[in-house]
Design a protein around this ligand. Sequence first.
Ligand code: ZN
Ligand code: ZN
Length: 242
Amino acid sequence: MNKLNSIDLHTHSVLSGHAYSSLTENIEYANSIGVKILGMSEHQYDSVGVGASHHVVGSIVRVPKEYKGTRLLRGVELNILDGHFDVAKYGERFTKNIDYAIASMHSYVYSKDHTSKQNTDNYIMACNTDYVTILGHIDYSPFACDFEAVIKEAAKNHKLIELNNSSIVPGAFRVGARDIDKNIILPLCIKYSCPIIVNSDAHIKYEIGDFAASKELLEEINFPDELVVNYSYDKLREYINF
Ligand SMILES: [Zn+2]
Ligand SMILES: [Zn+2]
């Protein structure tokens, strides 16, 4: 079994416009603390004021596939919008160049006025999109949904639910997320045998692979290790071809 933090697929660099470390700093730091599979998941350029420039997805192929034994995966964090994502302009180039996509909701492009039913429908749309691998931080309370319907659909469509460490650290801006994870999302993942992935959502290099809060929560509820893909590269390969 790998260490929990040997895989971290949700990280941002200055390319996202609101994170603090460079891609190089992230890669070197991740390698130095023993992360074996590092995913780069910049926000996309329709994220008003905060997304990566439209050149990023096209040029991320210039990042090597490996750095001193750490496998580097090319990802993106897509914005879930109403019935679609902010990728329309990429077309084929987009899906060809990335290893995986995280789909998530962000208030700067997706209104908090959406109803639970609308959020549910949009998450289900994401579950039915081939190039989406991970549903990111569904524990954000303004975007509450029918969690049971979403997790059931994720399990059926072979998508991973993210346990986002940034959601549950003390003082996290996603208020109440830890309770939602503990009492609703993680128990539903057990009920539907839906695997999860623990990610940092790092916005500075020091957050990469720091999963202490997640480890504590998983132990607190005796969450089964076999449903955590971070513990097995083979399990992750069932979701991402690398
Ligand atoms: Zn996000
Ligand atoms: Zn993020």
